[in-house]
Ligand binder design. Structure first.
Ligand code: ADP
Ligand code: MG
Length: 382
């Protein structure tokens, strides 16, 4: 479906749902990390890239401070008043919208009610940040309806707060920052402590390709919190605010004194932070050996030190690394399945995708999804 067809489809669905056409459209993209797993909540660096898969909200304002929200990607929907925002027991996905309304209202932004229809091409729960895309599309919609502007960094922070406090997911700032501030055609080197970024050009001829394992472990959710707690303990034992503040040399000198699990987690984060800086430096030149080595080391650390890999991810690594035109490959998102990412010679993407599909399916019995992605502009009006 091209963008025009997609717009027509959402338009028709909106008219069917609400009896008239929408007058305001917002959009916000998903994203993939090219380097930097779990570094965001350690106040470190991430090499992030928005993707050309995004979340749209078509809307029509209401004058009665009611929000009526539905999604073409999820059942149910919700109606709530901006004057009394409660959690939704039936369609919990609307909590992302309710949460953003709550934090924007608390921050003093004037909110307007609306009828809205969500449509997204970002897969859910695969590590490409469909939740942040929904949050940033919602915040953008409120700004368009209210006729006010919001600094994109503040918008990202408020989205994170909505997810942390209202939805109850203890995520870092990476997803919202990327979705809000992404730039078309380039990766971003994000500094999660200073909430600043600079562009990191991707060498011409290098194509990022998403390889979705389609493996979703029934996570209890405890793994993420455990990793965070172990990093915090490591920082405390090392006497720093965050692992961001420790160099590899400093760490090596004190590593043996740490509990072994904590030491492994810290080593991964500290090494991964350095790899982010190294990959950002290498990406514009595109030296294949350098890119491949950094990405392989990232996966090895994720598997052996941070322990966020599952057998399906190993099978996907194998499929990606034996593919034609592959330059490098690693995990993406939080791990435990979900999407992975490869850098592939642009003229060999089709052959690469075919190879990965066959190879991974044969190894796991799971049908993966493999597709190239382009860096898209951050959240804004459609
Ligand atoms: P990720 O952000 O990696 O995709 P999350 O678990 O953080 O995974 O967020 C996924 C959740 O976000 C979905 O289960 C759903 O509740 C909500 N969500 C995201 N996009 C949409 C959408 N287009 N329509 C309805 N709900 C959505
Ligand atoms: Mg998310």
């Amino acid at each position: 479906m091209n963008p025009e067809q997609r717009k027509e489809m959402v338009m028709d669905a909106f008219v069917a749902a609400f009896g008239g056409p929408p007058s305001v459209w917002s959009r916000a993209p998903g994203r993939v990390d090219l380097m930097g797993s779990h570094t965001d909540y350690n106040q470190g660096y991430v090499l992030t890239m928005t993707i050309d898969r995004d979340t749209w909200i078509a809307a029509r304002p209401r004058t009665d401070r009611q929000v009526v929200i539905r999604s073409l990607n999820a059942d149910g929907g919700g109606v709530f008043s901006l004057d009394a925002i409660a959690h939704d027991a039936h369609a919990s996905w609307t909590d992302y919208v309710r949460g953003v309304a709550t934090v924007l209202g608390d921050a003093g932004f004037a909110l307007t009610g609306f009828e809205g229809l969500v449509h997204s091409t970002v897969p859910f729960g695969s590590g490409l940040s469909s939740s942040a895309a929904l949050e940033m599309a919602t915040a953008t919609l409120f700004s368009l309806l209210g006729g006010w502007e919001i600094d994109p960094v503040e918008m990202a922070l408020l989205g994170q707060r909505a997810e942390n406090q209202f939805v109850g997911v203890n995520c870092g700032i990476l997803d919202q920052y990327s979705s809000a501030l992404g730039k078309e055609g380039t990766a971003l080197l994000l500094d999660c402590r200073h909430l600043s970024s600079r562009t990191a050009a991707i060498a011409p001829g290098l194509q990022p390709v998403i390889c979705d394992t389609h493996y979703k472990r029934a996570l209890t959710g405890s793994e993420y919190g455990e990793r965070r707690a172990q990093c915090e303990e490591g920082a405390r034992l090392l006497g720093v605010t965050a692992l961001r503040d420790v160099s590899l040399e400093q760490f090596a000198a004190r590593e043996a004194a740490l509990p072994p699990v904590v030491a492994r987690r810290c080593r991964f984060i500290i090494e991964e932070n350095q790899r982010v800086l190294d990959l950002a430096a290498a990406l514009p030149g595109g030296d294949p050996a350098r890119l491949s080595g950094l990405m392989a080391a990232s996966f090895a650390g994720a598997r052996d030190l941070y322990e966020i890999a599952v057998p399906e991810m190993e099978a996907m690594m194998e499929a990606m690394l034996t593919g034609p035109g592959v330059i490098g490959a690693r995990q993406a998102g939080a791990g435990f399945g979900g999407c992975m990412v490869a850098l592939v010679a642009a003229d060999q993407v089709d052959a690469f995708a075919g190879h990965v599909q066959n190879h991974y399916l044969a190894a796991t019995g799971l049908q993966p999804r493999v597709y190239p992605v382009q860096a898209a502009q951050g959240a804004g009006p459609l």
